[in-house]
Design a protein around this ligand. Structure first.
Ligand SMILES: CCCCCCCC/C=C\CCCCCCCC(=O)SCCNC(=O)CCNC(=O)[C@H](O)C(C)(C)COP(=O)(O)OP(=O)(O)OC[C@H]1O[C@@H](n2cnc3c(N)ncnc32)[C@H](O)[C@@H]1OP(=O)(O)O
Length: 172
């Protein structure tokens, strides 16, 4: 891994929201039409999420053949989408709405179609509206990560952020 990513010196460990799902409980989709998690998005990844202890979340999805990049292996953009969704959902442990400001991925191993891809995610800390997260991805039978990622999410005001696209809420 060759990341130059570093956490800011003034980072603080945020408090898990008291209403966050209990460890072991499923975490909800943030938007039913979302490509990553939406239950009403048939071409999407259909990711699922389990709250872990502290500021952690486990996530997964099955690598369908339509996610193919090279012959027989996952497309790198799909893998980064999985990280984005899993780490973003991890930020929901703080009960804030966030969007991705920065995401970087190290691809360590090819991931074969038909695999179940599992993500271990955590919140590393927060500064003002910024929430820092990191994660690893695994496939069954592999002890070493097949990919790792780091990301910065920024808390938003939903009404303000989606003020120009509200028509999509009623569009479907
Ligand atoms: C797919 C949509 C999902 C919607 C989710 C709705 C909420 C649901 C709840 C929970 C979901 C969890 C699951 C989600 C999973 C999927 C998430 C995605 O894929 S989101 C789509 C892709 N991302 C965007 O489209 C953002 C586009 N960018 C922006 O809208 C703005 O740039 C934004 C909001 C990120 C920041 O803009 P400003 O005007 O509000 O604030 P400023 O002052 O610029 O930044 C705030 C702080 O962040 C730093 N910052 C911003 N961008 C940075 C960057 N790229 N690198 C480093 N620092 C950055 C700045 O330096 C500043 O830091 P200082 O507080 O001053 O220290």
């Amino acid at each position: 891994m060759s990341s130059t990513w570093s956490l800011p010196a003034d980072i603080e460990i945020p408090v898990r929201h008291p209403m966050a799902p209990e460890p072991g409980a499923q975490m909800r989709e943030h938007w039913e039409k979302c490509f990553g998690c939406g239950s009403d998005q048939p071409t999407g990844l259909g990711m699922t999420f389990i709250a872990g202890e502290g500021l952690t979340v486990e996530a997964q999805f099955d690598v369908a053949h339509r996610y193919q990049g090279g012959p027989g292996v996952i497309h790198g953009g799909i893998l980064s989408t999985g990280f984005d969704e899993a780490m973003g959902t991890c930020c929901m442990l703080l009960a804030n709405s966030v969007v991705t400001a920065h995401l970087e991925v190290d691809y360590a191993r090819p991931i074969v179609l038909g695999s179940t891809l599992k993500f271990s995610c955590r919140i590393d800390g927060a500064v003002r509206r910024k929430v820092y997260s990191s994660a690893e991805a695994y496939v069954d039978g592999s002890n070493a990560p097949v990919a790792t990622a780091r990301a910065l999410f920024v808390q938003i005001d939903m009404d303000q952020h989606f003020k120009d696209t509200k028509q999509f809420i009623d569009h479907f």
